[in-house]
Design a binder for this molecule. Structure first.
Ligand code: CP
Length: 308
């Protein structure tokens, strides 16, 4: 029984195996992400709980479809409908859920909720995003890069904008996948210094560059995300936008990257804010492949967790 809690908490070999299996499962579907169930039904007879304390389109839909394609069933639970945080401890919830379901995917606010759930659960727990990280997204991003450009090892990845939870997972991934990571953004929105320090100690080449044009020179991949995450207060919106405007990914900024650089965004996007539509819909963009690959990667993550 294995949990999938974070990129840096999972062995690099296991991450590779998961992505390899995701490629295999995607190929086995012959380029058709929707439609008929998989030939192999490893989750036949299994129930997976999908717990959401925050909104979601991609994570919710892709886990639900992925479980069903593999022959399993899902139970969708939202924070508002559960006793979670309304007096019942996370530990007790984990113990109870372990009596009903074979696996738990949870999207929540505090990382401590995820960790307590995993500590007390008798079944695998998967991190579907917390305020601190989003490992399933980065697995899909790594798979997507490989599909388009081959190995990401030794490549230059630039994160432009807010040093948020998705950025943290990129920092976790840098040494695991062997890429160089440059963060460019305002100092007020730097990624957590502990995460940067840990990434450097694990051997990753992490650069902080305030000038976005300098940062993206020679980039093989540029990544950004919304300027206001789900856990950020709306009252900070204007201030954050003012700080982040120079880091918008647009044609001008993209022109400093390598000619064959890719553009990624985990979505949802606020077009015209963190990235312009001509970039999102342009030749560098692979954003919808990223979204599709959430499905394939998460199916492989679930199989890895269950040893199936
Ligand atoms: N990228 C992502 O996690 O999307 P959702 O918030 O829609 O699940």
């Amino acid at each position: 029984m294995k949990h999938f809690l974070d990129i840096h908490k999972t062995e690099a070999d296991s991450l590779r195996d998961i992505i390899g299996q995701a490629h295999e499962m995607k190929n086995a579907r012959g380029g058709k992400p929707r439609g008929a169930p998989d030939d192999e039904q490893p989750l036949s007879g299994r129930m997976v709980a999908l717990i959401f304390e925050k909104p979601s389109t991609r994570t919710r839909a892709s886990f639900d479809v992925g479980v069903r394609q593999m022959g399993g069933a899902t139970m969708l639970l939202t924070g508002a409908e559960m006793q979670l945080g309304h007096g019942e401890t996370i530990a007790d919830t984990a113990r109870v859920m372990s009596r009903y379901v074979d696996m738990i995917m949870i999207r929540t606010f505090e990382e401590s909720v995820l960790l307590e759930m995993a500590e007390h659960s008798d079944v695998p727990v998967i991190n579907g995003l917390t305020n601190r990280s989003h490992p399933c997204q980065i697995m899909a991003d790594m798979m997507t890069y490989e599909e388009h450009r081959g190995s990401i090892a030794g490549r230059k990845v630039v994160w432009s904008g807010d040093g948020n939870n998705v950025c943290a997972s990129y920092l976790h991934a840098a040494s695991q996948f062997g890429f160089d990571l440059t963060f460019t953004g305002p100092s007020q929105l730097d990624p957590d210094e502990n995460v940067v320090g840990a990434a450097r100690r694990s051997g990753a080449n992490i650069v902080i560059e305030r000038d976005p044009e300098k940062a993206v020179r020679g980039a093989d991949l540029i990544v950004t995300d919304t300027w206001l995450s789900m856990h950020d207060s709306m009252s900070t919106r204007e201030g954050r936008h003012n700080l982040l405007r120079p880091y918008q990914v647009n044609k001008h900024l993209m022109s400093f990257a390598n000619p064959d650089a890719l553009f990624m965004h985990c979505l949802p996007a606020h077009r015209g804010e963190e990235a312009t539509s001509d970039i999102m819909d342009g030749p560098h963009s692979v954003i919808f492949d990223e979204a599709e690959n959430r499905l394939h990667c998460q199916k492989a993550i679930m199989r890895w967790c269950m040893g199936l």
